[in-house]
Design a protein around this ligand. Sequence first.
Ligand SMILES: C[S@@+](CC[C@H](N)C(=O)[O-])C[C@H]1O[C@@H](n2cnc3c(N)ncnc32)[C@H](O)[C@@H]1O
Length: 296
Amino acid sequence: MARSGSLPEVALGNEEAVRAWDTVLYDRWKKNRKVFVGALDEVTDKAFELYPPPEGGSCIDIGCGFGETTVQMAGLVGPEGFALGTDSSPHFIRDAINEAADSGAGNVAFEVADAQVADWPPAHEYAFSRMGTQFFAAPVPAMRVIRGSLKPEGKLCKICWQRKEDSALWAETEKIVERFLDHPEESDADTCGPGPFSLGNPETCRGILEAAGFEDVEIEPFEFDYYMGGSMDEAVEAATAIGPGAELIRLNGDFGESRRPEIEAALVERFTPLLREDGSVFGRAATWIVGATNPG
Ligand SMILES: C[S@@+](CC[C@H](N)C(=O)[O-])C[C@H]1O[C@@H](n2cnc3c(N)ncnc32)[C@H](O)[C@@H]1O
């Protein structure tokens, strides 16, 4: 297992997003991890069902975060296979290394790398990314680098959000926050770059992959009940930690924080119909599961 620690060589234009993901977004992701990561289990299983990592093969995970999907892939490819988790954030990778060591997975490794400028040899049969390819300043060069990590005929499988307005949970949360806050023209806070919905238009997603040299691009819609939290408090906390509404609060700085009590009260009202008997909260979410091939 190797290489965490200092920030990687970062592509021009990615600095702000890479910094945001290694600082404030890392903290928020870690605190709300049970919700953010757990909520994506269903779509992840579907992606691996549609595009199974090859038994005995070598896989790379792009923007792997805490490495849950990397370890899952290591299990799917079996002891003769291998999974490399990569992320531009040293903090995420440090946790991924520690957790994989604790889990005893012997066929995984992790490294810190900005996928847009990484120097990966064509070593893998399979490249995967769950919500990790929407943040590149220059997506075509980034996807070309990712294609370069694949052997000829190697497969790409990735998951990304559909348009924001197609996931009620994101669109409505933002609308509620917008009742209290404007989008600031300027903010001192780092943004996460093009952002989670930058591949929402499937033709944009397809065009980027084809321009990067991928072939046989397939884009499947996958909608599901998204776990927003085990309780109303947890759901409101998560919705104001990550996502478009949360970003609006964060970018408004102290003023955004000062409106938090009213925002939270409005979110409780909106989320109440989404409550289940056990107290958990679920909203509808819409993702794309994308497959493509490296022709070599
Ligand atoms: C939405 S999180 C997803 C994390 C993980 N794949 C998951 O599903 O739990 C996005 C991840 O992409 C990483 N990321 C952002 N920009 C990146 C870049 N240029 N190169 C590599 N990773 C990047 C972030 O550090 C973060 O861990």
